[in-house]
Design a protein around this ligand. Structure first.
Ligand code: ADP
Ligand code: MG
Length: 212
């Protein structure tokens, strides 16, 4: 029986920060092709700030909701790029989804994951096919929910999420950007992976590895 508490979520954020730091240069390179080359820096700053904000917390005394709200606030304050409010909204919506729970069962983690993806979509108003991080996050959340609803474990559900995110990120190569900075390129954005979708795969993979 899965049970995820505040300490597990802190470990998850630490794992994301490490994975993003290791991926920083690739993400900046991808953003350099169709954006302003700062996406790796923005994500590393954001998750680094989250790691630093969570470090002093008394994990025995704090619930997942408060931890996620701390993550949201520190990410937003650290990141000036468009990914700042998008991920901050993800964590804030995740906080609402698990309100009042000290320990999260598998279904709660799936609900948290879905709320994060929905938060990103609501904040940025991007639809599938517009070449953004939504093209990775939304199918990932749908795959996680469908796999869990079919009776699979949290670990299997998050593995399905990673696969769906990878397919979604790959598919952004064939899309024309319709949202964000790269939409100014129009057809010239074709053939290149969206950096936000690429970093979403890194984030979701780290989530899977740390919670599974
Ligand atoms: P900026 O474009 O301000 O430099 P970043 O480089 O940090 O911000 O992030 C760029 C990524 O943000 C894009 O690759 C895309 O995935 C994502 N993005 C931009 N606008 C939106 C939006 N409206 N909805 C969802 N994602 C978006
Ligand atoms: Mg950028």
């Amino acid at each position: 029986m899965t049970s995820i508490d505040a300490a597990d979520l802190k470990r998850m954020f630490d794992a994301i920060a490490m994975a993003i730091e290791a991926d920083k240069d690739r993400l900046c390179q991808l953003d350099g092709v169709i954006g302003d080359a700062d996406h790796g820096i923005a994500m590393a700053l954001g998750f680094g700030a989250v790691r630093d904000a969570l470090a002093p917390l008394d994990l025995a005394a704090i619930e997942p909701t408060a931890l996620l709200n701390t993550a949201a606030k520190s990410f937003l304050n650290a990141v000036g790029a468009s990914s700042g409010p998008l991920y901050a909204t993800a964590f804030m919506r995740g906080a609402v989804a698990v309100k009042g729970k000290a320990n999260l069962a598998g279904a709660d983690v799936i609900a948290l994951f879905q709320a994060m993806a929905q938060g990103i979509q609501d904040r940025g108003k991007a639809e599938i096919g517009e070449k953004t991080m939504v093209d990775a996050w939304l199918p990932a959340a749908q795959a996680a929910a469908a796999t869990h609803a079919a009776g699979k474990t949290l670990s299997e559900s998050l593995a399905a999420a990673v696969e769906a995110a990878e397919r979604g990120a790959e598919a952004t190569k064939d899309m024309v950007a319709a949202k964000g900075r790269s939409s100014r390129l129009g057809e010239r954005s074709l053939g290149h992976m969206d950096p936000g979708a690429a970093s979403a795969v890194t984030v979701i993979s780290a989530i899977r590895k740390s919670l599974a």
